[in-house]
Structures are given as C-alpha cells and as structure tokens.
Design a binder for this molecule. Sequence first.
Ligand SMILES: [Zn+2]
Length: 385
Amino acid sequence: MAAWAQGPVQTASVASSLSAPGAARIGAARLGDHGDKTRFVLELTRDAPFAILPDANGVVVEMEAALDAVLPPPKGLVRAVGVRAGAKAGRLRLVLTTNGPVRVLLAEVIPPRDGMPPRFIMDLAAGTAGPGAVLTPASVTTLNPPVPKEKPKPPLPMIVIDPGHGGQDPGAIAVGGGYEKDLTLAMAKEVRRQLLATGRYRVALTRDKDMFIPLRDRPAIARAKGADLFISLHADSITSKQIRGLSIYTLSDKASDKEAEMLAQRENQSDAIVGMDLSGHRADVANILIGLSQRDTMNQSRRFAATLLKSLDPNIAVLPGPLRSAGFAVLTAPDVPAVLVEMGYLSHSQDAKLLSSDTHRKRMASSLLRAVDGYFAGNASSPRS
Ligand SMILES: [Zn+2]
C-alpha cells in the first residue's frame, strides 16, 4: 500500500456516512498511557472486522465501522489520531501517528461483558526490537484481516404472471356474465400474493389493471424483467356447453391437435380485436419466433407444464389430454420457459362459477405455487446443462 499523505491528519470528529446499514458504530475512542505500552480503545455497537496496516508514521486501523466518537487527544506513544480519507465505502481508516517506531503487541475485539459494549483494543509498545514483533506488513496485516464480504446471493427467481386479455379485449365471456380479462387479473394477483408470501420469489405482472397489452409485448415484458418463468393465464370458451376442465399449453411449431391450433388462433386474435392489422402475422409466429426459441427453453417449459399438472389441487377439473402445444404468440420469448394455462371453460356453467369464486382462486393459485416450487427445486438438484 502507498505511504501515507504528507498533509496534516484530521483530528476532528467525523460523522461517517460510509458504513452500510447495520454496520458497527464507534461510540467512544480513547488512548491510555500504561508506561511500557499505549492502549487504544474503541467502543463498538457490535463486533467489526478490522485490519492493522503498517504506516510510515505509525499504525493504521482499518475497520468496517462508522465513527460517531470524537477522536482522543495525543497520549503516550501516540502523537495524533485522525481519519484517513479514501477508504473503501463502509470502511473507516484511523491513523495513529506515533512518536517513533512502534510494534503492535495486541489487537483484538473483546466481546461485550459486564455491561460493557464490545471493544476494540490495540496495545502499542515502543521500538522495533524482537524478531517477529517488528511492525511489518507481513506481521500486522495478518493479525485480523478484514473478513471477506459475503458473496452477494443470486437474486430470487423472477416469475412473470400474464393475465390474459385486458382493456378493449375482454377475452371470453362467461355464461351468466363476467369477462375472461377480469378473472385472469384476479387470479394473477392471487398467484402473486401467494408467491411473494413465501419470500422465495420475485413476481411481476404484465398488467395489474384493466388495460390492453399487445400479445407480442407480453413476452417482451417478461424478458425485460429478467423472467425465469412466464405463466400466461386464460380461460377458454367453446360452443359445446359440456366441455370443461383445465389444460396447459407450451409453445410448438406444430399444434398437438386441431383443437389446440384453433385455441391458439383464438388467443392470438387479441391484437386484431383492437384493430391492429396483423393479417399474415399469425403464420410467422410459429416459424420465426419458434426458430429463435432454444430447445432447452422448450424443454424447461414442458417440464414446468408437467410439474403443474402433478401439482394441481384434486378439486380442479382437468381436460382429457391436458398437456398440449400450439403456436401461441404470447409464449414466444426465446429464452424464458413459458406456459399458458387455460384454467377452464367460461362456456361451462360450473367452470365459470368456480373461476369467479374466491375459494377456487386460492386453490388454483396454491397449485401454481406448488408447481413453481417443484420446478425450481428440480432446477436446483439437476442444473441445466
Ligand atoms: Zn384467453
């Protein structure tokens, strides 16, 4: 490290704003002359990592702490105590200028006892005599090297929930009234609530109010949020009033069956509903965007779909052959595993009633939570290759 500045050492109290929240604070500082040694004491609010660094004119104490105390006047071997500017954020450098060469006999933080706060104590003696006692970088910086900062934890997985439709596009209309766009939004908010309550995930919604979002913007939102998983929520409608149950879709360039293809066409019509001219656009969705979609992403999407099916509450009715695939525009982010859940049929009176009920909404959301848990637990034990 560089020899230290020629300028005068600042001796006034410095209110340090350097420390991170929760870092130790120094409430008092004093020097004691004990004849053969000079003792430097700092009263701390909690234990703090420190290092003793050699210095041309004395000793430097570097500590992860903020200074609230007035620094003491000279005493014993110490001619001045000051703060050195330029320490890293969160670290304080106290410079003890000494009358001559000194060696560090002791430097430690004593835990709180007998009502006393934790204290940092350093004893200095005059001279450089005695092998190993000389103040050299090797002997002093290893006394108590600063504890390396904990590696920042990787951020929590980001789940983006996409409530289907919105604004001028109501989606399917339920028997007995009610719009798909409102059911999907209410469901998305409940899913968000349950996911956030675990403290294990970050959650974003593509919309959290009744507004129109073009289909292609939805995967773009997921990417912009750094999504690790994208779940689009819908409810279908069909002329046959008997058909009911949930189904889960992943992206494919080939629809798994005619029904799936027609469903994808219905869902992909959202933009056309509000007058955006997307004629001819449907055809490239599958070709161009699926081309970009990495095989791995599609595999992950299918794994989540399968996990969700296994995680469903037994009270949730499921369509026969519930895992399907088709060219949904909303599932086309190339690097975000994504599924579209058709939670039921608004054309079926029972499904329509359930999807607007609180109990069923909670049930559906907790099924999704179990699936998300299962999916990420699987990720942890078998990392993607
Ligand atoms: Zn829909």
